[in-house]
Design a protein around this ligand. Structure first.
Ligand code: ZN
Length: 303
C-alpha cells in the first residue's frame, strides 16, 4: 500500500510533468471511485494545472479553474492505485484496471489504474477537500508535544494509533513497523505509555521516511512510480515482511503478530513486551499513582 514515501515520490514525479498543462478532457469510468460529494472529473476540461502537493497519503492537484470550475483534484491511491504518466511521444498500451484518464492539450495523458479499487477521487473546492480529507498533520509537520498529546491517555496499542490517519497522517503498516523497531518499542505498547517517548517515535519515523523517499519508496507488490518503475526501499527494510529472519540489530528472530487486523512485524528481543501495571480488576493502580515505572504482571513490591 502506498504510504507517505511512495506518495511523495509520485508527487515529485508529477511535479515534473503536470504544472502548466491544460486539461482537454477527463473521465472516470468507475464511478464508485468518487468520494462522496465529489464533482465529476469531466468538469475539469479547460482547467490548467498549477501545483501538485501531498497531504498525508493523498495527492492534491491545484488547478486554475475557468469560471465556476472546481479548483482541486484529489487522488488517493488506496491499496493498489497507480498514476501512470504518458508523454505525447510515448503513449503506452491501455493497461488492465484503467479507470481514470486525463488528456492534455499536447497529447500527453495521466492515467489512474487500480486493480482493487480502494483508492478514491475527489473533485471540489479547497474547502470541500479539507472537509473530505480530515486528516492529522504528517510526521514532518506534527510537533513532539502534539504527538504526545494525541497519544496521551490512549489505551490502544501504539501500532494502531500510528496507523490512525486522524492522529498522524501518511504512515501505514510498513513504516510504522520500521519506526517502532528503530525506537525499540513493542507494537502493543499502550499509547499512554508510548506518549513519553513521542520525541523518539517522531525522530525514528522521520529518519525512516526520509530514507524511503530517497529510495523512491517501497515496492512489495503493487506500488509503481509514474513511469512504471518500482521503488527500492524494500531491500532496506529491517522487520516488515521479514518474520522468521534475523533482526539486523540484535540477531533475535523477527516475529509476526496481528494488531488491528494488520500483520505486524517486530523483534521480541529488542522490542520488549509492555509491562503490565495494574491488575485486570483495576484494584492495583499503585504504580501509576506514585508515578513509578510500571511493573510486569506478578511483580511483588518489596516492603
Ligand atoms: Zn532485535
Amino acid at each position: 500500500m502506498p504510504e507517505l514515501p511512495e506518495v511523495e515520490t509520485v508527487v515529485r514525479e508529477l511535479r515534473a510533468h503536470l504544472p502548466g498543462r491544460n486539461i482537454v478532457r477527463a473521465s472516470l469510468t468507475a464511478s464508485d471511485l468518487y468520494r462522496r460529494g465529489s464533482s465529476k472529473i469531466s468538469a475539469l476540461a479547460g482547467a490548467r494545472i498549477e501545483r501538485v502537493d501531498r497531504r498525508g497519503k493523498a495527492i492534491v492537484i491545484a488547478l486554475r479553474p475557468r469560471r465556476d470550475q472546481p479548483a482541486r483534484l484529489v487522488v488517493h491511491l488506496g491499496m493498489t492505485g497507480q498514476l501512470e504518466w504518458n508523454a505525447a511521444s510515448a503513449i503506452r498500451e491501455k493497461p488492465k484496471h484503467l479507470h481514470g484518464r486525463i488528456h492534455f492539450s499536447d497529447g500527453s495523458e495521466l492515467r489512474y489504474i487500480d486493480p482493487r479499487r480502494f483508492g478514491f477521487i475527489f473533485v471540489g473546492t479547497p474547502e470541500a477537500v479539507d472537509e473530505t480529507l480530515q486528516m492529522g498533520p504528517d510526521p514532518f509537520d506534527i510537533t513532539v508535544e502534539e504527538l504526545a498529546q494525541r497519544l496521551f491517555g490512549r489505551k490502544a496499542p501504539i501500532k494502531s494509533l500510528l496507523l490512525d490517519q486522524h492522529i498522524v497522517s501518511g504512515l501505514g503498516n510498513i513504516y510504522v513497523d520500521e519506526a517502532l523497531h528503530r525506537v525499540k518499542m513493542h507494537p502493543l505498547t499502550p499509547g499512554s505509555r508510548a506518549a513519553k517517548q513521542a520525541a523518539e517515535i517522531l525522530d525514528a519515523a522521520r529518519v525512516i521516511l526520509d530514507r524511503a523517499i530517497t529510495a523512491r519508496g517501497t515496492t512489495i507488490r503493487d506500488y509503481r512510480r509514474t513511469d512504471g518503475a518500482t521503488g527500492e526501499f524494500q531491500i532496506k527494510l529491517s522487520v516488515y515482511g521479514r518474520d522468521g529472519e534475523k533482526c539486523p540489530r540484535c540477531a533475535g528472530t523477527i516475529k509476526r503478530i496481528v494488531v488491528s487486523q494488520r500483520g505486524t512485524h517486530f523483534c521480541p528481543r529488542c522490542q520488549r513486551a509492555p509491562r503490565v501495571s495494574a491488575k485486570k480488576d483495576g484494584t492495583s493502580r499503585a504504580g501509576r499513582s506514585r508515578r513509578e515505572a510500571p511493573r510486569p504482571a506478578g511483580y511483588k513490591q518489596s516492603r
